[in-house]
Ligand binder design. Structure first.
Ligand SMILES: [Zn+2]
Length: 303
């Protein structure tokens, strides 16, 4: 029950780059999400190989985090593909407001791209010859979309639902609401008839009920003490920097963390620690999780 239809190919990319979903129909081709900037050449190679000589007609983003739209500029340069982004992000992308767009807030990179159209929740799309519904999935990101194909009972869930959990609930970090939205999004997904989820990270999976159960219980855990969401965010953001750079001087960790406005906001609200102490705490967390190791004066990425 977890087989993909011929029209859908999933490039599972890991954590620095989100997964990419290539849809190849008789009359149209489309890609959902484009990975991180530094992986753009690999994204292009995967897409070219998957298209086997066909053009990429459309590019769509579930949401505009750097690991989901970092390949947009390269794909647009190569294919001139029609590009659709979530409607609520249009003004920010038009102005390329890197502060409002989260790239600056998280210390992440994204090459500037444009767009041709926007997608609002509720819209219907034909991608790869299949009919899809775009649904609003706020929580991790207030403007995220997910895509549901009723005929195939497939959900492209972005970072709203993974096999084990979901993405950082960013809005809560600077005092906006995100927990309630996450709950509503999980309930929305629970109301869909889904046989296969293609998540933003990790392999496609069939046990939707199990994933929803784990996600609800993780949400309960985070809501019981919002400090946990802030701590998780700091760990994940440091790990992301490490994935990007592979090696960070231990002495640079406090400054790198405080340079991220999202981190600063979370620290002021929840953690209230000096940068040195917090940097040390974050490093210890990654070491304990086996996500990093120390060699001499450097923190190194551990796969
Ligand atoms: Zn995201």
């Amino acid at each position: 029950m977890t087989a993909l239809p011929d029209a859908i190919r999933v490039f599972e990319r890991g954590w620095l780059s989100s997964n990419n979903v290539l849809l190849v129909g008789a009359d149209d081709t489309a890609l959902i999400d484009s990975g991180y900037l530094t992986h753009a050449p690999q994204t292009l190679a995967l897409v070219r190989h998957g298209l086997q000589g066909r053009r990429l007609d459309r590019l769509l983003n579930t949401h505009l985090h750097s690991d989901h739209c970092g390949g947009n500029a390269a794909l647009q340069a190569h294919y001139g593909c029609h590009t659709s982004i979530p409607a609520a992000e249009a003004d920010k992308v038009r102005r390329w407001d890197s502060e409002a767009l989260s790239f600056k807030a998280t210390g992440q990179q994204c090459e500037r791209f444009g767009f041709d159209a926007t997608i609002a929740p509720g819209e219907l799309l034909t991608l790869g010859g299949l009919a899809w519904q775009a649904l609003g999935a706020p929580g991790h990101d207030p403007h995220s979309l997910i895509f549901y194909c009723p005929a195939e009972r497939i959900l492209i869930s972005a970072d709203a639902l993974w096999e084990n959990g979901f993405g950082i609930i960013f809005p809560e970090l600077d005092g906006a609401s995100g927990f309630a939205e996450t709950r509503a999004t999980l309930e929305l997904i629970g109301g869909l008839d889904v046989r296969l989820v293609i998540p933003g990270h990790g392999a496609p999976f069939g046990d939707v009920a199990g994933a929803l159960r784990r996600a609800h219980s993780r949400l309960d855990y985070l809501m019981a003490d919002p400090l946990r969401n802030a701590q998780n965010a700091i760990k994940v953001l440091l790990k992301f920097l490490l994935l990007e750079r592979q090696s960070i001087a231990l002495a640079d960790v406090p400054a790198l963390l405080t340079a991220m406005p999202v981190f600063d906001a979370a620290n002021r609200r929840f953690l209230r620690q000096g940068p040195e102490a917090l940097g040390q705490w974050a490093v210890e967390q990654l070491l304990r999780a086996g996500a990093a190791r120390v060699e001499g004066e450097h923190l190194l990425n551990e796969a």
